[in-house]
Design a protein around this ligand. Structure first.
Ligand code: GLV
Length: 335
C-alpha cells in the first residue's frame, strides 16, 4: 500500500542534495528559478501544503497562516526569525524552527573580517588602486586603526557575539566589553575574557563595535544618532545582525561628518535596497547579507531546516522531535 507523502513548498532555490532528501519524504514543490514571490504568490503556492521551507526573507504572519490552513510546519534555514510571527504560528499549532549553531563560527569569522576591513580601510584602498590612483608610496596612505590590542565592543552576546569575543580576546589580545539584555554567568565571562558594561559605556569605550543582537521592536534603531555621538571619533561600527537595528540614515551622516571613522555593514534597512548615501561614502564596507555564506555552512543550514521539516511532519508514533524548534509547546500539544 502506498502512503501519500505530505506536500511541502521550498520557497527559494536550495542545494540539489537538500531537495533530494526532502523528496524522499515529501511531494516537493521547489523554486529552482529562485523567483522572489510576492505575499499573494507565496500564499497561492502554499495551498494544500503541510510544510514550508523558508529563508529569513519570507514574512510569515497571521494573515498568511489564516490563508494557508493546511500548514503545520514553517522551517527556516536562517537563525534570525524576525520574519516569522512565532506566536501566531503557536496559536494555530504550527511548528516553527530556525537554524542556530551551524552558522555561529562562520558568521563570527565574517563579522571579524568586516570589522578588520573597516578598521584597515581595505575596500576603500582597493577601490583607489583599481581606479589607477596609486602612483606613489605615502607615509599615511590609507593609515587606519589597529585591531590587535584595541577594545572590542560586542552589542548582543549570544552565540555569535561570544564567538566574536573569543576571536578578539584570544587571537588579537583585545580587551572585550559587551552589553546584552541579560548578563552572562561569571564563568562564561571569564572564559570569553569579556566584561559586562552598560550600553552607554560600551558605546563610549569601544574602538570597534560589533552588533549581533536579534531584530525586534525593542532593537529597532538601537543605534541611532544619539548613540553614534557617544562613540569615539576613531571608532568603527560593524552590523552583521539585521537591518533596522542601526539607523542607516544617521549612520551615513555620522560617517560623512566624522562622528565615527568607519563602518562595516552586511545588513541594511529595507535590503536589498541600500540607503543611497551609504553607497557614496568611502569609509563604509558594504556586503550583501553574506555573513553565513561559506558553502559548507549554507549547506548545513539548509540541511538543518530539512531535518526540522522532516521531523515536524513525521506522524509516526515515537518519531524523533525536530532538532531546533522555536515553539516546542506545539509538539507537546500533539501527544
Ligand atoms: C541570516 O541573517 C540568518 O539569520 O541566518
Amino acid at each position: 500500500m502506498s502512503v501519500m507523502k505530505p506536500a511541502i513548498l521550498v520557497c527559494r532555490r536550495v542545494f540539489p542534495e537538500v531537495l533530494e532528501r526532502l523528496r524522499e519524504h515529501f511531494e516537493v514543490e521547489g523554486n529552482d528559478a529562485d523567483v522572489v514571490w510576492s505575499r499573494d504568490e507565496l500564499i497561492a503556492h502554499l495551498q494544500g501544503k503541510a510544510g514550508v521551507f523558508v529563508t529569513g526573507t519570507q514574512p510569515v504572519d497571521s494573515g498568511l497562516l489564516d490563508a494557508c490552513p493546511t500548514l503545520r510546519a514553517v522551517c527556516s534555514m536562517a537563525v534570525g526569525y524576525n520574519n516569522i510571527d512565532v506566536a501566531a504560528c503557536t496559536a494555530r499549532g504550527v511548528l516553527v524552527s530556525n537554524a542556530p549553531d551551524v552558522l555561529t563560527e562562520t558568521t563570527a569569522d565574517f563579522g571579524f573580517a568586516l570589522m578588520m576591513a573597516a578598521a584597515r580601510r581595505i575596500s576603500e584602498s582597493e577601490h583607489f588602486l583599481r581606479r589607477g590612483e596609486w602612483t606613489k608610496w605615502s607615509v599615511d596612505l590609507f593609515a587606519g586603526a589597529d585591531v590587535h590590542g584595541a577594545t572590542l565592543g560586542v552589542l548582543g552576546m549570544g552565540r555569535i557575539g561570544q564567538a566574536i569575543a573569543r576571536r578578539g580576546a584570544r587571537g588579537f589580545a583585545m580587551p572585550v566589553l559587551y552589553h546584552n539584555r541579560s548578563r552572562l554567568d561569571a564563568a562564561v565571562e571569564a572564559e570569553l575574557g569579556a566584561r559586562y558594561v552598560s550600553k552607554e559605556a560600551l558605546l563610549a569605550e569601544s574602538d570597534h563595535l560589533v552588533i549581533v543582537v536579534p531584530y525586534s521592536a525593542e532593537s529597532h534603531h538601537l543605534v541611532g544618532a544619539a548613540e553614534l555621538r557617544r562613540m569615539k571619533a576613531a571608532a568603527t561600527l560593524t552590523n552583521i545582525a539585521r537591518g533596522g537595528i542601526v539607523d542607516d540614515a544617521a549612520l551615513a551622516r555620522a560617517l560623512r561628518e566624522g562622528t565615527i571613522a568607519a563602518a562595516g555593514l552586511d545588513v541594511f534597512e529595507g535590503e536589498p535596497a541600500v540607503y543611497p548615501d551609504l553607497l557614496t561614502l568611502p569609509n563604509v564596507v558594504l556586503t550583501p547579507h553574506i555573513a553565513s555564506a561559506s558553502l559548507p555552512t549554507r549547506k548545513a543550514m539548509a540541511q538543518l531546516a530539512a531535518d526540522n521539516l522532516i521531523a515536524a511532519l513525521d506522524a509516526r508514533p515515537g518519531a524523533k522531535p525536530p532538532p531546533t524548534p522555536l515553539n516546542p509547546e506545539v509538539l507537546a500539544r500533539k501527544v
